[in-house]
Ligand binder design. Structure first.
Ligand code: PLP
Length: 380
């Protein structure tokens, strides 16, 4: 008989709830300050000013200029704009380097560009999912115009040496993009310390609303817009701005960055506790991702006796919301490209579970989770 717990959410890498303060500041932009920021009347000017303030706040967290921020509809759109926007500058000729474990938003965009003429190198990772800067640099060719490496992996939490890679590339005059969607609230977002020229973000991963993202583009870096229309966002992303969403994005980013150090510390202690307890309760559990260079909220394991998706469903019946790393598309159970890139067999990779912690996670909930997990896995 399954023990049923209250619902405990441990899937913060998938999305987060909107923070109450964020919701509060967004509220008026739905029904009081609802004007189009391109309108010339007083209400329009107020909406425009709200956009300006939001951009300023985001720029302060990224340590960049206001006009270097382009708001988009999502992290996916920001990634698409970065890669496609730059590839078009080069007439879809030349060479891009990405890592083999990028999120689909980068990987599928790279595959699309490959089909229309761009050369793509997919740099391998080691068993922990780390990209070696030397591998990136030795993949560089005369016609390489962009390198895109994610900051922290969404499945296994491995943090990449972005700053080191960025520094090497800067010396060679090659541009660097990072998908930093998993980083806010946990890692430093200073684009100058990171030596990146473009960076993607998405509000729903840091207690902001869904459907709003941003792409940082360093001044002087040229990209071609991929959305044509009214010329908003410095002509780089047409469409009436999602004012409420953008205001929420900025508030959420500032809040999460203000608490970043203390929250990263608290979560990394909980993360290490959970890893320790899972290993104790289930000796054959295999930790995936880097043991040290790991984002503070990620715990991911493979279990040999059970398939990840069915484990996720069983745990859900007990009240726990977690994810499986294995992609399930069109009904086929596939192994995660991230885990196979780390050298795991498809069979082992299919037993993967990702637990991601957040603002409302506490030790007691993790204790209950380990009990339920051990009960499910050990009975096989
Ligand atoms: N990149 C990474 C690393 C992600 O984890 C995600 C979302 O899961 C995305 C990009 C896509 O972001 P969005 O959901 O805003 O499109």
């Amino acid at each position: 008989m399954l023990k049923k717990y209250k619902t405990i959410y441990l899937d913060y890498a998938a999305t987060t709830p909107v923070d109450a303060q964020v919701l509060d500041v967004m509220g008026p932009y739905f029904n009081e300050e609802y004007a189009n920021p391109s309108s010339l009347h007083s209400l329009g000017l107020r909406a425009k000013s709200a956009l300006d303030d939001a951009r300023e706040k985001v720029a302060s967290v990224l340590n960049c200029q206001k006009d270097e921020i382009i708001f988009t509809s999502s992290g996916t759109e920001a990634d698409n704009l970065a890669l496609k926007g730059m590839a078009e500058v080069y007439d879809y000729k030349g060479h891009i380097i990405v890592s083999a474990i990028e999120h689909a938003a980068v990987l599928e965009t790279a595959r699309y560009l490959e089909k229309i003429g761009v050369d793509i190198t997919y740099v391998d990772v080691d068993e922990y999912g780390s990209v070696n800067p030397k591998d990136v640099m030795s993949a560089v060719r005369d016609n390489t115009f962009l390198v895109s490496i994610m900051y922290a992996n969404n499945e296994i939490g491995t943090i990449q040496p972005i700053s080191e890679i960025g520094k090497h590339l800067q010396k060679k005059g090659i541009l660097m993009h990072t998908d930093a969607v998993q980083a806010p609230g946990l890692l430093c977002l200073d684009v100058n310390k990171l030596h990146v020229d473009m960076m993607s973000l998405s509000a729903h991963k840091f207690y902001g609303p869904k459907g709003v993202g941003a792409l940082y583009v360093r001044r002087g870096v040229e990209i071609v817009p991929q959305m044509h229309g009214g010329g908003q966002e410095r002509k780089l992303r047409s469409a009436t701005e999602n004012v409420a969403g953008i205001v929420g994005f900025a508030e959420a980013l500032c809040l999460s960055d203000a608490h970043r150090k203390s929250e990263a510390h608290r979560l990394s202690e909980l993360r290490d506790y959970l890893i320790h307890e899972i290993r104790k309760a289930i000796p054959e559990a295999k930790l995936t991702g880097h043991p040290e260079y790991r984002i503070a909220n990620n715990v991911s394991f493979c279990f040999s006796k059970i398939e990840g998706e069915s484990l996720v469903m069983r745990l859900s019946e007990c009240g726990f919301c977690v994810s499986s790393g294995s992609a399930c598309s069109s009904g086929d159970l596939g192994a995660s490209h991230v885990l196979t890139a780390c050298g795991l067999s498809k069979k082992v990779a299919q037993g993967s579970v990702r637990v991601s912690l957040g603002k409302y996670t506490n030790k007691k909930d993790l204790q209950s989770f380990v009990q339920a997990l051990a009960q499910e896995v050990n009975k096989r």
